[in-house]
Design a protein around this ligand. Sequence first.
Ligand code: ATP
Ligand code: MG
Length: 140
Amino acid sequence: MATERTFSILKPDATERNLTGAINAVIEEAGLRIVAQRRIRMSDAQAKKFYEVHAERPFYGELVSFMTSGPVVVQVLEGENAVAKYRGVMGATNPAQADEGTIRKRFAKSVGENSVHGSDSAENAAIEIKQFFDDKDIVG
Ligand code: ATP
Ligand code: MG
């Protein structure tokens, strides 16, 4: 498996509790390199677009309002098999079902306020990275 990139978000429940450094330590210890990172406040339009695949789900409104409720840290992670590796490091969507040692098991508050996002495919990673970063701002 070649080196690839994935897109990550440290969500508002994480920034609110000053967990950026603790979560980044887990990411780096897993062998993923943070090659771009920016702290932003997501606009309503950005959050709606980002999660548009979930537009018909009952939790969509709650999800968009959560993602715009405070600062987030958007990141590009690079490494061997980065998409699948980061999904493993994150753990299951619902922290109650996440494996020991994963970010969501350690830090997430609930299925909604679950601390991190990670792309679910290399194709979606490329689309998500483009939504938040210019190529020149990614330093591999
Ligand atoms: P993410 O896309 O954020 O990395 P995921 O791929 O593990 O998470 P998805 O099914 O894509 O999970 O859901 C996107 C996000 O929507 C979840 O991370 C969570 O914040 C929220 N979410 C998912 N299911 C629920 C639910 N049942 N109730 C409330 N929020 C939910
Ligand atoms: Mg998802």
